[in-house]
Design a protein around this ligand. Structure first.
Ligand code: CA
Length: 240
């Protein structure tokens, strides 16, 4: 899961980024509205954590003038449905209402506990993917995003954080093909070194632990579990 954290407070930003990385998320962090706007316009994330009180940044764009709210409005104006949780100050009732009305999926009031943030991230991702059921289950393998436990035919399977991340990405949408690059995006934040054959190694380990047939690949296209339904994000033809 790849998250974009938008937070100008260096202490909150750093501690959140580190804590969320320990939880197994790939986290990128930007510190102002124009950086957030530019990043969201050019890269894909599974979820955005958006502080509403943001400085405009070095090269203010229209969206940056209105801080986090402007970033959110610009995102939704691009018809981008990436889930967003807004982070607001304790006395910011108006901010929370404006955030939800501008298209946020949930909010958290600072200061908050990491456990609550993680639970809200999972809940928002679950709703976004149209699942009511918190467990991911396929072909005898069950994955619990909350406890990060995986079982095969009821027997616990021990996975590394990155093996878990690969498996979770594939099991979220059985049948969807994920390319090596899409999997790398979900595994690594900016500045993290990617070994060239890392994804192949994780897939190899997962097959060893979950059965050789559990993860399939379509040569030159990508990996999937279940019956292939076509590329997860087909290239846009034309566009605005
Ligand atoms: Ca702030």
């Amino acid at each position: 899961m790849r998250l974009l954290l938008v937070e100008d407070d260096p202490m909150i930003g750093e501690s959140l980024r580190n804590a969320l990385r320990l939880e197994g998320f790939a986290v990128d962090w930007v510190r102002d509205a124009s950086a957030a706007d530019g990043t969201l316009a050019s890269e894909r994330f599974d979820l955005v954590l958006l502080d509403l009180g943001l400085p405009p940044g070095r090269s203010p764009v229209a969206a940056a003038d209105a801080g986090g709210l402007g970033v959110l409005r610009a995102l939704r104006a691009r018809h981008d449905s990436t889930p967003v949780i807004v982070l607001t100050a304790r006395d910011g009732v108006g901010d929370r209402v404006a955030g939800l009305d501008a298209g946020a999926d949930d909010y958290l009031v600072k200061p908050f506990e990491l456990d609550e943030l993680s639970a809200r991230i999972r809940a928002v991702l679950r709703r976004h993917s149209g699942r009511a059921q918190p467990l991911l289950s396929h072909g005898g393998v069950t994955l619990d995003p909350a406890t990060r436990q995986v079982t095969r035919q009821g027997v616990p399977v021990l996975l590394s954080a990155r093996e878990f991340a690969v498996l979770e990405a594939l099991m979220l949408r059985p049948g969807a093909l994920l390319s090596r690059a899409q999997l790398e995006d979900r595994l690594y934040g900016w500045g993290e070194e990617i070994e060239s054959n890392a994804v192949s190694v994780y897939i190899h380990q997962l097959r060893r632990k979950l059965g050789a047939d559990f993860i399939q690949n379509m040569r030159g296209v990508g990996y999937y579990v279940g019956t292939p339904a076509g590329p997860a994000t087909p290239p846009q033809a034309g566009g605005a």
